[in-house]
Design a protein around this ligand. Sequence first.
Ligand code: HEC
Ligand code: HEC
Length: 390
Amino acid sequence: MQVSADTGGAILGRSDDRTGYERPDYRSQSMELSPPGTRLDLTTRLERTPLGLPPFRGERPSTAMVELGRRLFFDRRLSVNGTLSCGMCHVPEQGFTQRELATPVGFQGLTVKRNAPALYNVAYRPRLFFDGREWSLELQIYSPLLAANEMANPSIGAVIERIAAMPEYANGFRSVFGGPPDVVNVGRAFAAYERGLVSADSPFDRWRFGGDGAAVGDDVKRGFAHFEMLGCAGCHLLAEDYAHFTDEAFHDTGIGYRAAMAKDAPPRVPVAPGVVIELATTMPTPGPNDLGRYEATLEREDRWRFRTPSLRNVAITAPYMHDGSLPSLEAVLDYYAAGGAPHEGQDPRIVPFVLDASTRADLIAFLRALTGSDVEALAADARSVDIGDL
Ligand code: HEC
Ligand code: HEC
């Protein structure tokens, strides 16, 4: 289909006019898809982790296993109607999350209730999801593959059958695992690729752990001092010679409470840039109250507790918080400076503080210095795979 008749053959914006789509050698002109990228050796990166990360102690997958997982991760045929891949909610160029939406859209336009987390360094996470309900990458895949509002497959068996029916996977699994795809080895293949997404060696790492005083400016150094002084590092932890910027624990910072209280307010609908209409009706907002960790434990004190996210690459993974409700790092700082959303159960460390312009600028500089030197290479690696029947 021609997008426009009068472009004189030029590509419109970042899209593709599909000229030649009917030919088997058609190549997309879309600029959204980076040109075929350069493959990284993700197995070796797990063996010698980048500066700022501890050694990886788990089993290191083979290159062939990573390769299989990389293909599966970006294969849209794995959703029930062949439209949605993991990589469409965890977009490599957007920090393996999705920047356009607070919470992504899944199968047939259904909304997913939480923000898609960036998948960097997921190899180290002892618990997965904002509520920690899963702990194994091998098993985690079946949540999105089966969720009715994500990839919507009817059963695990249907997923396995679907993969086994594609000759390139049937052959791939035979050569890597010595047998056909099954519930265990499909999980292992996905997990192998995801574990390979280690990312660090940021300017901050080169200063803090590499001893290079020139790697960051004074603003970053001051920002880090504020970060420690304000108690941020009490939850976004650093160790002596590496940092995950998370304690892997669950805390109530008030975001879930605030969202629950806002649910009954009249809906505010943004209709154009800068134009918000407040609807006169008070129709109940659809969707359940997100109770966080409570949903996994049913312990009263876990209500509205969410896992502390790592802050690595945080500058490229907006919007923020489990519901994507804060659009920018500035908004996150304002939220903390206001003391969160005070209520019974909020973590006592979330207290108001004075955020003057220079403190704010320094904190932002620090957070921006946490972007790994490898994020572009990982995105290019993601696009090094050709999917589908070639
Ligand atoms: C429709 C969008 C969507 C699709 C498709 C999707 N995800 Fe996710 N993913 C999310 C959201 C949202 C969360 C957070 C859910 C939660 O915390 O309850 C998430 C969480 C995760 C996590 C946990 C990360 C962490 O830090 O705890 C992993 C791992 C993950 N997804 C991998 C995958 C894989 C593998 C696939 C494909 C099989 C996939 N996702 C498909 C949206 C998606
Ligand atoms: C009591 C523990 C705790 C403290 C103290 C804390 N945080 Fe957090 N932080 C969290 C939790 C938990 C979340 C996720 C909340 C959610 O998803 O609803 C979070 C989220 C964030 C995010 C968003 C990350 C993302 O990817 O969505 C940023 C940025 C952040 N915190 C920075 C800070 C800064 C700066 C400070 C100090 C002013 C701070 N935090 C203090 C626990 C804490």
